[in-house]
Design a protein around this ligand. Structure first.
Ligand code: ZN
Length: 243
């Protein structure tokens, strides 16, 4: 079985289309989405429509959650620019799309793997980016393999029995049998590893190998839409830099 993994789409429809085309060419048997379909970007409705039409199993990201909240105290703590993008997104989505977002599960379980957005355990929006966060996540990981998003960085965390957890940047790897793994495919719509191309991963269950794809898309076209929508300039500029 070949699994196409992608997430952190962030309402970037041009990037999503490019990634779906690339995953189609890879002849994946199933696709899964690690959440954050919306937030930051200019095309939330288009991205939701495409995922619904393709019936891609998708989990709830923190931005997906924020968009479904109104007058919630947790929104007050957000960076004002993030909040501006959330408010703009709320204004352009239909009630039906908001309901779809609100109904996304925290976790999706497949055959031998689970999909989440952040981290297992009590801190669900913790970034898995270092030893302590990886160790906390693994303490709660009850399946061999987890696909996760949130940090927008393609990374692989592994833990062999009786050994300390290890974390590294991912381009391609083979996960040895009996080793626990958490894999982040990077971000479709707002990469942060200094490579502005959209990211996704292909996991081969039979050989336990994983490969990150980088897919060029029309960044300038997304930036034009963001400026037209009046989204914060900081989010527009970072797309071209991949940070
Ligand atoms: Zn995100």
């Amino acid at each position: 079985m070949r699994i196409g993994v992608f997430g952190d789409v962030h309402a970037n429809f041009a990037a999503l289309e490019a990634v779906l085309t690339a995953l189609e060419a890879e002849e994946c048997d199933v696709l899964v989405c690690t959440g954050d379909v919306v937030g930051y970007g200019p095309s939330p409705a288009e991205c939701i429509a495409r995922l619904r039409e393709r019936q891609v199993p998708c989990v709830l990201g923190n931005h997906d959650k924020y968009v479904t909240l109104l007058a919630d105290p947790s929104l007050e703590k957000l960076d004002p620019a993030v909040r501006a993008a959330i408010t703009w997104t709320q204004g352009v989505l239909s009630m039906d799309d908001l309901r779809w977002l609100a109904a996304l599960p925290f976790r999706f379980d497949g055959d031998g793997f689970a999909v989440i957005h952040g981290c297992l355990g009590p801190h669900r929006w913790r970034y898995i980016v270092d030893g302590p966060s990886l160790a906390e996540h693994f303490a709660y990981q009850d399946v061999p393999l987890v696909f996760s998003g949130h940090s927008h960085l393609p990374i692989l965390g592994t833990q062999a029995p009786g050994r300390p957890p290890r974390l590294g940047f991912l381009s391609q790897a083979r996960i040895p049998a009996g080793v626990k793994a958490v894999l982040n495919p990077g971000s479709v719509g707002q990469p942060r590893d200094r490579d502005p191309r959209a990211a996704a991963a292909v996991y081969e269950a039979d050989s336990r190998t994983v490969r990150v794809l980088r897919v060029a898309y029309d960044i300038a076209a997304t930036q034009v839409l963001m400026r037209q929508a009046g989204l914060p300039e900081r989010f527009v500029e970072r797309l071209a830099e991949g940070r």
